[in-house]
Design a protein around this ligand. Structure first.
Ligand SMILES: Cc1cc2nc3c(=O)[nH]c(=O)nc-3n(C[C@H](O)[C@H](O)[C@H](O)COP(=O)(O)OP(=O)(O)OC[C@H]3O[C@@H](n4cnc5c(N)ncnc54)[C@H](O)[C@@H]3O)c2cc1C
Length: 392
């Protein structure tokens, strides 16, 4: 059984009555991206999570290398993967991407992000619910260590969206589920491998992410009712790997409101995970930065909370289209006859189409957004030439 590093006993003093200017609930990709954006403000920022920072990896931890570099997280990279392969029952194709994926070490990445969060404070606490809001706008958050309050509150707590009511409850909610194993690996391979086969999972896909000394092999199902343990074991057996060191979670596949009851929602709690690919790390960074910038405008006195909430919601809704396209594809692709799917994958394999398709995909949450200069410019796109240069 995995033992989690959560403070216990005497270490868990009461936090009752603690106040901060910004309370960020959740210290994974989304929460840390928000905190990082507030580093230079001098505001009192409190980050809480039920586990220590970097303790609980729930994903295969593959992210576009450009994003890791843009955030100064390159040191956490375990293996760079410039290719993707797609296997169907009747064929296999391999694409050279116009940018690369990198698998990374979750604990190291979180520590690197935290090191960029300035004077933010961290406490382990389990968030239970949203409490009352004072007349002056201070919001109370109920935790297992007491009630904490702040005028600016962020829910970066993942798919359950704890500070909303009612919560999502699987299997009825629009959630996908994923499970993976982490057998030993010899560092070989240069591709993120995907299997789209109904024999593995009816509506979903299997993956293998090489990550240096381990491989992350798993299966995701868009249908939350379908169990993924058996398919995960079957895929690892097929790849001649032991099904060891399990980890899994739910992940959302529908964009949700970015604000509710004066709380900001970021990452999986706002459905910021692309429905087709299940990719949610880059988007957690992206929307985390956007949220952090709005919070900064309040701390700097350039806006009040209502204005910041409205601006963030507008930014969130501005991304409805790509999420809707990805959701439509998530429904369409599993319904395609395997031969049609293989034909499509072969056509996309033309390098110009690969560049266009994957360039479009990257630009839906472009790494250039991480640059401070993008503050007033929206989300600048990475151009085809720039991508081609990076991929060389
Ligand atoms: C098996 C699997 C593989 C995946 N692989 C990839 C991948 O390779 N690349 C990719 O981009 N995406 C991947 N995803 C999706 C990705 O993991 C999520 O989209 C991403 O983690 C979202 O980040 P987040 O910070 O919003 O939420 P999370 O990473 O889920 O973080 C939420 C944080 O909140 C804390 N928390 C939750 N509830 C409470 C509570 N009540 N009180 C206190 N703290 C709480 C948790 O401990 C956690 O630290 C994968 C998902 C799964 C399930």
């Amino acid at each position: 059984m995995t033992v989690r590093a959560t403070s216990r006993g005497a270490q868990r003093t009461s936090l009752e009555g603690t106040r901060a200017e910004v309370l960020i609930c959740g210290a994974s990709f989304a929460g840390l991206a928000v905190a990082r954006e507030l580093a230079a403000t001098g505001a009192s920022v409190l980050v809480i999570d039920r586990y220590e920072i970097g303790e609980r990896q729930t994903s295969a931890c593959a992210c576009p290398t450009l994003w890791l570099d843009a955030l100064g997280l390159g040191e956490s990279i375990k293996q760079e993967l410039p290719y993707m392969s797609f296997t169907t029952p009747s064929s296999s194709v391999r694409y050279r991407l116009p940018w690369s994926w990198s698998s990374f070490d979750y604990r190291k990445l979180c520590k690197l992000l935290w090191a960029q969060c300035g004077d933010a404070r961290f406490e382990t606490a389990k968030v239970e619910s949203l409490g009352e809001q004072d007349a002056d706008g201070t919001i109370a958050v109920v935790t297992d260590r007491g009630t904490i309050s702040a005028p600016l509150v962020v829910d970066a707590l993942g798919w359950r969206r704890v500070l909303s009511s009612p919560h999502y409850q699987p299997p009825e909610a629009p959630l996908s589920r994923g499970l993976e194993v982490h057998p030993d690996h010899d560092g070989s391979g240069d591709a993120l491998d995907i299997w789209i086969e109904r024999g593995i999972v009816r509506r979903g896909y299997g993956w293998r992410v090489p990550a240096g000394d381990e491989a992350r092999i798993g299966v995701g199902s868009y249908d939350p009712v379908q169990h993924v343990k058996e398919p995960t074991v079957a895929l690892s057996e097929r790849l001649d790997r032991d099904a060891v060191r399990y980890q899994g979670n739910w992940f959302p596949h529908r964009l949700r409101d970015g604000t509710e009851d004066c709380v900001f929602f970021v990452g999986d709690s706002a459905g910021h995970c692309f429905p087709l690919s299940g990719e949610g790390i880059r988007t957690a960074f992206y929307f985390g930065i956007a949220c952090g910038r709005e919070l900064r405008s309040v701390l700097d006195g350039r806006a009040d909370r209502a204005k910041a909430l409205a601006a963030y919601e507008q930014f969130n809704r501005g991304h409805k289209r790509p999420f809707a396209i990805a959701l439509a594809l998530q429904r369409l692709i599993p319904a395609l006859p395997p031969r049609v799917l293989s034909g499509l994958l072969a056509v996309i394999g033309n390098q110009r189409i690969v560049n266009r398709a994957f360039g479009w995909y990257l630009n839906q949450a472009s790494p250039s957004f991480a640059a401070p200069s993008s503050l007033d410019a929206g989300a600048p796109m990475i151009g085809a030439r720039e991508l081609a240069e990076v991929s060389r």
